[in-house]
Every structure is written in C-alpha cells, then in structure tokens.
Design a protein around this ligand. Structure first.
Ligand SMILES: NC(=O)c1c(N)nc(OC2CCCC2)nc1O[C@@H]1CCC[C@@H]1O
Length: 326
C-alpha cells in the first residue's frame, strides 16, 4: 500500500481497534467477534512494519511492550497515595460519622464503593496520552510499572479528551484469571498464588511485560489526584468524569445521605460478594464533597474523610505460597 493510503488506513484501524477494545474490556459488551478484532490488529501491525515511522506510542499494537526491563525505576508521587483507616463493625462506622459531622456539620453525603482487593496504582496522562504508571509503594515513592500497566486492556492509552491528569485506581486479577493461572501452575508443579491480590502483585512486578500481559489483569479507577485543579466539586462528579474520559470505574457505587443507607449498602454487598467476578475485602466510604474533604484533611497515613469497612476474612484453607507484598 502506498504511504498516503497507509497513513489514512492506519488512522482508521486505530480508531476501530480502540473502540472495539473499549467495548470489550470497559463496557464488557463487544460489538464484533474476536476474529474481527484480531484480523484488524494483524493489518495494523503489518502496516506499522511497512512504515515504522508511522508507529505511535498510543497505537493499540503497542500494548505489549518490547524487551524485559532489568529493574524498575522509582517514581515520586506528586501527591501522596494515602491508605485507609479500618472499621470492623457498625459502631466504628457510627464513630466515623460522628467525627465527620462534628467537623463539617450535618449536611454531609457519602459515596460507598466496593473495596477491590488488588494493588493501588497511579496513572498519569499528558494531553490525553498515557505517559506513566506506578505502584503505590510506601505512599510517597512507588515503582514505574508503565509497561506492565499498558498490558491492561481496560486502561485507555489515549483519553476521550486531551487532558493532563493523574488518576488512582486498583489493579486486580479477576477470579477466573486467578483460577486459570493456578491451574496452569499446578499442572507445571509450580507453587501456587495464595489469592488474587498476591497474584496481581506478583504479575505487576514482572520485569517482562509479556508475562504481565499473560496474567489478564484488570483495573478499576477510583479517583483523581488533581481533581480540584480540574474544577470538580465532589467525588461522585470525579467518578462520572473519569468514566466519560474512557476509564473503567466500578459500577457498584452508591451515594448515601446517612449512615443508615451506608449500612444497607454494606450488608447488601456482604451477601452478594461471592457473586462478583473479582475479590473485594470490604466497602470504602468517602465524604462526597471535596470542600468537606479539604476541611477534614488527612493524617500522614490516611484521610479523615474516608474509611474502609472490612468484611470478616473468608476461611480459605489451601497450601499456597504467599508472595511477599512490598
Ligand atoms: N481498593 C479500593 O477499591 C479503593 C477505593 N475504592 N478507593 C480508595 O480511595 C483512596 C483515596 C484516598 C485514600 C483511599 N482506595 C482504595 O484502595 C486503597 C488504596 C490504598 C490502599 C487500598 O488499596
């Protein structure tokens, strides 16, 4: 194909492949069969080999990077990645609610989210392009795992708007991927992963992106590190915005006007938890208004405007290794 036609066709293929990828991995509603996706991907790869200078960093063909790294670079988070204080019963939640109301008054609303049992990561975009991803690490310094995060199909390589932002989310391994991976390891006589969280941690710490790609990880984005800069007033508005940009956000979130509604959500999901295709270890409850979050502030470790209600651990008795988490 001559160059001008190739430029046009490559652009068409990218649009199509990004759209099909979004439908499959973010909406979970593919509009074409895998065979069609694969055929178009092969055509794109062939054209990019014919014209290597036409290859761009956001091309769908670039998700599974080249050679393995020999080490991860360190990344300083521009704003710290905080952890969450825990609540173990309704009384703890009522205490949290009382402290919040003492500080901001009675006109407060909460957002409840499923607490995905994975690994917290940060993803940075410049002018809409994915430029860097990192683990949480100690909250201030993490590891650059950009190449591994690019292999997560639900992570957009380019946003629907040319914005510069930093999003935070939880990378995780779906239960089905975890079962398949351990079955493979069992057949090879290899040691098994203790749980999907450890399997996800072990997969994201692979220096070879091809191995990370083979682990079929996924990612729910749950916040913005620079929401105020973008003029967004509440956490629920931030989640809606992230969804509009093309990120995968968790659909099971609920805005609650008081602790009774929060407890309803907690009890509902304690029951429904086994039906989810991914593991959760609790519910995260956040004050919705950013102005009120600002008023409440944070300790060195965790925000005063959020808390994690932890479910009692499910009894799982199996002989498995436990990947040392960083
Ligand atoms: N695991 C989660 O689903 C989750 C969530 N839905 N929302 C947050 O909000 C952050 C924002 C500031 C403090 C916590 N954090 C989560 O996980 C935390 C991150 C660090 C340790 C936990 O994994």
């Amino acid at each position: 194909m001559e160059r001008q036609a190739a430029i046009k066709r490559i652009e068409e293929l990218r649009e199509l492949l990004n759209q099909y990828n979004y439908e499959y991995y973010v909406l979970d509603r593919p509009s074409v069969p895998d065979s069609e996706y694969d055929r178009l991907m092969q055509e794109l790869i062939a054209l990019e080999e014919q014209y290597p200078d036409l290859k761009t960093k956001d091309s769908p063909s670039q998700r599974v990077g080249g050679q393995a790294l020999d080490a991860f670079q360190k990344v300083e988070h521009r704003t710290p990645m905080l952890s969450l204080a825990n609540a173990f019963n309704e009384g703890d939640l009522r205490d949290f609610d009382r402290r919040v109301r003492q500080e901001v008054g009675d006109d407060v609303a909460y957002v409840c989210e499923l607490k995905i049992d994975g690994l917290a990561v940060s993803v940075r975009y410049e002018d809409g392009y994915f430029v860097q991803g990192a683990t949480r690490g100690d909250g201030v310094t993490g590891e650059d795992i950009t190449e591994n995060l690019k292999t997560i199909r639900s992570l957009p390589l380019r946003l629907n708007e040319p914005v510069t932002l930093e999003a935070r989310g939880e990378a995780y391994m779906p239960k089905a991927s975890f079962e398949r991976l351990n079955e493979q390891r069992r057949q090879r006589g290899e040691e098994l992963f203790a749980n999907p969280r450890n399997a996800a941690a072990g997969s994201l710490r692979q220096l070879d992106p091809k191995i990370a790609a083979s682990r079929h990880l996924d990612l729910f984005v749950y916040g913005l590190a620079n929401a105020e800069e973008l003029g967004i007033a509440s956490h629920s508005a931030a989640l809606d915005y992230l969804q509009q940009l093309g990120f995968k956000t968790n659909p099971e979130r609920r805005r609650c006007a008081n602790m009774d509604e929060v407890m309803q959500f907690v009890n509902e999901w304690q029951e429904k938890r086994p039906q989810l295709p991914y593991e959760i270890d609790g519910i995260v409850i956040k004050v919705d208004s950013f102005a009120q979050q600002e008023q409440l502030g944070a300790t060195a470790k965790s925000p005063r405007w959020a808390i994690a209600y932890k479910f009692p651990a499910e009894e799982v008795v199996t002989k498995l290794i436990d990947i040392e988490l960083n």
